[in-house]
Write a protein that binds this ligand. Structure first.
Ligand code: BGC
Length: 417
């Protein structure tokens, strides 16, 4: 037994737990990376709801789109033995944390709230470790969107694209009109976000599944994958020279204010349009990324629960889990976040046309086989492999690497992990 554990056991036996004073009050500490305008508004709704239930909210927000910085901060806290109550973790990473033995069993909340009956099995399976709930789903984001400013299209004499040929025709016209065709931020996770939509639009959902979920080497090393990199190379030529390091929400702002025409991004971008008071269909368009109309890359945000000490803290944690699963929360959070509720039983009445399209398309693609997990957003493969793919794509975006070389690097990177 390690020293720290002996000390803890002795104190516990004496009825004295090693609980810091600040944690004795009924409080939840939640690690997340919802820091942009639309994201912060959404997170504030959870804080409000918890405070209404008499639980105070300790915000542990770590800026950085895609959550890489947040995961680094989380690892440091868990290693130091002071995990937060909950953290924004998703997909296969929940299993990785489960294996570390640091996640809390929240079956009590799930049983009370009848979660098994209100969640699609694809969602509830991800929330469980060894058959027990350890996480709670917040939403479903769709990643394969193209956000478009219709005013920019009009100025350029362009029309909304449905496939890559039309996309490049529109991009050329926007460029000729003196505007930026594609708003992008040169960060590896944003590069990977564009890449997966291009793979989906080039090869379709079955190819995407084989290549980016099953990591089948014949699919990775195929003419279709070369074609996808060729398309990505062409996309690069429509991105402005100041894109390096730009945050995703600043790229969205360029579409909002008419400096740029289009952005590939998941529907957290819609949270930015909504926060700026913009209306879908009028001020902006949400289109499936070129060639991906019949597919849906899903990205489910969830809060994983960590082992906490003391009955009060455990009770507060279950209150948090129940609050997240409540239809009221799932409605208000997702209205702000741009996503759709993860659970059944939430009214569609207040959702806009983009959200309704997302709900309908998710339903249709779950039947047609077009529903696939987002690789770029940690839903498809373990974090080491996803990181290796992301590195290759980022190298491709920032160099003159050929498509052939990128495909070779991809096959090698996936094998090495
Ligand atoms: C998360 C979203 C978040 C986005 C930008 C995605 O991976 O799922 O909740 O808004 O990254 O940070």
């Amino acid at each position: 037994m390690k020293l720290k554990h002996i000390a803890q056991a002795t104190l516990a036996a004496a009825g004295l737990m090693l609980v810091p004073l600040s944690a004795m009050a009924t409080e939840v500490e939640v690690l997340h990376y919802w820091t942009s305008g639309g994201e912060a508004k959404s997170a504030a709704e959870l804080k409000k709801l918890m405070e209404a239930k008499g639980v105070s909210w300790k915000d542990f927000a770590v800026a950085g789109g895609g959550g890489e910085n947040a995961m680094t901060a989380l690892k440091a806290r868990v290693i130091a033995g002071s995990a937060p109550t909950a953290a924004q973790i998703k997909g296969p990473s929940i299993q990785e944390w489960g294996k570390e033995g640091v996640l809390a069993n929240i079956d009590a909340a799930a049983k009370d709230g009848k979660w098994d009956a209100s969640l699609p099995k694809v969602v509830s399976d991800v929330m469980k470790y060894k058959g027990h709930y350890v996480a709670v789903p917040v939403n479903v984001h769709r990643v394969n969107w193209l956000w478009v400013n219709p005013e920019v299209l009009k100025k350029a004499g362009a029309t909304a694209p449905t496939n890559f040929d039309e996309f490049f025709v529109a991009a050329d016209k926007i460029k000729k009109a003196g505007l930026i065709a594609i708003a992008h931020g040169g960060q590896p996770w944003q590069d990977a976000t564009v890449f997966e939509s291009v793979v989906l639009g080039t090869g379709g959902a079955a190819f995407y599944q084989k290549a980016l979920v099953q990591l089948d080497s014949a699919s990775l090393n195929s003419p279709t994958m070369i074609k996808a990199f060729d398309t990505l190379a062409k996309i690069k030529t429509y991105i402005d020279k100041d894109a390096a390091g730009r945050d995703w929400n600043l790229a969205t702002a360029m579409v909002i204010n008419g400096k740029a025409g289009m952005q590939f991004m998941g529907d957290w971008a819609k949270g930015e349009f909504s926060a700026a008071g913009k209306q879908p269909g009028k001020d902006y368009l949400c289109l499936p990324a070129p060639g991906t109309e019949k597919a849906f890359t899903f990205n489910i945000d969830s809060l994983a629960m960590f082992n906490v000490k003391g009955a009060d803290q455990q009770k507060a944690q279950l209150t948090l889990a129940n609050a997240v699963m409540s239809p009221e929360f799932q409605e208000v959070f997702n209205l702000n976040k741009g996503s759709i509720p993860a659970r059944a039983g939430v009214s569609r009445a207040k959702f806009d046309s983009c959200a309704l399209k997302s709900m309908d398309d998710m339903d249709a693609t779950s039947k047609s086989g077009g529903l696939v997990p987002s690789m770029a957003h940690g839903m498809a493969i373990d974090s080491a492999k996803a990181g290796a793919i992301q590195d290759v794509v980022a190298r491709f975006m920032n160099s003159t690497m050929t498509s052939q070389a990128a495909v070779q690097a991809l096959v090698k990177a996936v094998k090495a992990k």
